[in-house]
Design a binder for this molecule. Sequence first.
Ligand SMILES: [Zn+2]
Length: 148
Amino acid sequence: MATKKPQSARTSHSRSASRTGPGAGKRITARDLKSFRRRLEDELTVLTGRRAGLEAASATSPEGAGAGGYGEEASDAGSFTSERERDLSLAGNLRDLIEKIQGALGRIDDGSYGRCEVCGQPIEAERLDALPYTTLCLADARRRARVR
Ligand SMILES: [Zn+2]
């Protein structure tokens, strides 16, 4: 299950620690950052590979299929949601995710990683663990999900 970490290394190596807000739980340590970075980089590699595969696939797909041809006067074809469309949204999701991950890596570099872009509070460690590229704290993510 969870990886065991030796708890021995406890050197307080924090450089000029910024104010800890009240209720700021676990903070992200340099070591955490490192492992987040690695996870993000791994994921980025996987995703860019997948995207390249998708793009190659759609580039080589025969043009005749579906697109073009005579008018689509068929009854409003709601069932037309084809695989192609699914691929498109998949590619869109991938691009989205890739951008998020790149953004997260950039924030690791500039030191703003792990802070909510809305309220500026540190993002919950557990949440970051589950979604390393998130830019929102739990409360703001919920709020955003609710608003439409
Ligand atoms: Zn927030």
